[in-house]
Design a protein around this ligand. Structure first.
Ligand code: NAD
Length: 483
């Protein structure tokens, strides 16, 4: 006899562990199979996000921001600290503690909700059986009425820059350098490249970013991307666009080792030498080896497991969520899919609003947006109005000494419904939540304009941007409104 569950989940990242907790809350007998081991070979929950992604990177972003602020940001406040020094070992230990406190928290939640954590690699077999290979190599099977595949994604490797885990690293290695590289190369100026490049720049590295695309941050609203490029350039991030990597080679011996990089742009071929190289050229779904071919699970041509809007795969009772399926590779998108699938399995109505998935890039200034960009609206031939408000006109931003950036609202020309909100500036990651909420409620820019915001707050900039949609902003000079 093999154990049988109502639900077996493969993967305990933010998609899988959230699905497991919600399934258990709904009274379903639930097991979650996960094979993650930490640096000490100890099984831990939380997947990429908690162990080598969102959480450790935000921890280092915070620490490095404090370091940079203490060095350069306090003089104008009349505070002097003397010489500020860096203890990277302590900074890294703090990061590890932040991670382990949170992964232990998930373990406690699993216990409290009676989710059975099965340690090992899971693989879907026919008839919704799941094969588990434990860390010591033992193979066993469990059976399930429903299976949720939440196996996540991994960094893409490129043959031109093969990672050795020391000199040439992916995002995982870049979160664990034991010293600050003097000269750091980053391949890819996407989300990971910008965040990790920022961490090491603030800690003292000279950072050169080599990006294949001609356009900087093409996924963002073009005006916001321009602002970001200017602000990051001013901080000294050397971002080279339209630059295709040709090769990266480790040269020299032991302590004098360097990475020699060749790349090509419109002007020809160039060479650079770095102390470390980060490869951040995207992530790929972990769909390989997660099911036996006899199950006939359908995948798309890029290796994502094919699902419909309810995250149902081609096999009844088998669902897939998170980075292993279509859509942005974002923890919150995976978590919401996990909750939706748990509710569907329990027989409840549920859906994810894929039009309102917020995006955040944790650079300084932070960048955040939700909904359509101006490029989207122009391509779709949609008529819209724009209202924007710069942080330089915000009392709170002035008091903070952080006035770069703006809030921009795009609203439908006729209905005034908010179609997109784009923010670059202080606490953009927090500010975007009010835009998501407003849009989820179907708000018009007038609804936001008629709402009272506390003064002095950064959130008032969202209010002023909404007022600006109809030329009614108070704290910037606008063309006179007819209304
Ligand atoms: P990305 O797709 O955001 O950026 C990769 C960049 O590398 C692209 O701009 C691409 O043009 C460039 N590139 C690809 N091949 C290249 C080459 N050979 N030479 C030069 N440039 C090249 O991918 P990422 O930054 O690796 O992030 C992976 C995923 O993780 C993304 O989906 C991202 O949204 C997600 N993520 C999100 C957050 C967040 O929400 N803050 C943080 C980290 C990662």
């Amino acid at each position: 006899m093999i154990d049988k569950y109502d639900v077996v989940i493969l993967g305990a990242g933010p998609a899988g562990y959230v699905a497991a907790i919600r399934c258990a809350q709904l009274g379903l007998n639930t097991a979650c199979v996960d094979n993650w081991l930490d640096a000490n070979s100890k099984p831990v929950l939380g997947g990429t996000c908690l162990n080598v992604g969102c959480i450790p990177s935000k921890s280092l972003l915070e620490s490095s921001e404090l370091f940079a602020h203490c060095q350069h940001g306090l003089d104008e406040h009349g505070i002097s600290l003397g010489k500020v020094s860096l203890d990277l070992t302590t900074m890294m230990s703090r990061k590890e503690k932040v991670v382990s406190d949170l992964t232990k928290g998930i373990e406690a939640l699993f216990k409290a909700n009676k989710v059975n954590w099965i340690q090992g690699r899971g693989r879907l077999l026919v008839n919704k059986n799941v094969e588990v290979t434990s860390h010591d190599g033992k193979v066993s099977n469990v059976a399930a009425n429903n299976v949720i595949i939440a196996t996540g994604s991994s960094p893409i490797n490129i043959s031109a820059a093969p990672c050795d885990g020391d000199m040439i690293v992916n995002s995982t290695g870049a979160l664990a350098f034991t010293g600050v590289p003097k000269r750091l190369g980053v391949i890819g100026a996407g989300v990971i490249g910008l965040e990790l490049g920022s961490v090491w720049k603030r800690l003292g590295a000279d950072v050169v970013m080599i990006e294949a695309q001609e356009e900087f941050l093409a996924i963002a609203d073009a005006q916001i991307a321009r602002e970001a490029q200017r602000a990051l350039g001013k901080q000294g991030l050397d971002i080279r666009l339209g630059a295709r990597l040709m090769s990266a080679e480790i040269q020299g011996k032991e302590k004098s080792r360097k990475v020699a990089v060749k790349y090509k742009d419109a002007k020809g071929e160039h060479s650079e030498t770095f102390d470390k190289l980060i490869v951040a050229v995207g992530r790929q779904p972990n769909s390989h080896r997660v099911f036996e071919s006899a199950t006939q699970l359908v995948m798309d041509e890029r290796g994502f497991i094919h699902v419909n809007s309810r995250c149902e795969t081609s096999i009844p009772g088998v669902y897939a969520i998170g980075d292993v399926v279509r859509g942005p590779m974002l923890a919150h998108k995976g978590s919401e899919e996990g909750v939706m699938v748990a509710e569907l399995i329990a027989g409840h109505a549920a859906k994810v609003n894929y039009d309102l998935v917020p995006s955040v890039i944790y650079t300084q200034p932070e960048i955040a947006w939700v909904g359509k960009t101006e490029q989207h609206l122009k391509t779709a031939g949609e008529n819209y109005r724009t209202g924007s408000f710069p942080f330089v006109a915000s009392g709170r931003a002035r008091a903070l000494g952080d006035t770069t950036g703006l809030v921009k609202i795009l609203a439908h020309e006729k209905t005034d419904r908010i179609l997109g909100v784009h923010i670059i500036g202080p606490q953009a990651s927090e500010l975007i939540a009010q835009a998501v909420l407003a849009m989820e409620m179907g708000a018009s820019s007038e609804d936001v304009a008629l709402t009272m915001f506390a003064h002095p707050t950064l959130a008032e900039s969202f209010h002023e941007a909404a007022l600006a949609v109809h030329g009614r902003a108070i704290h910037i000079a606008q063309k006179r409104s007819s209304k």
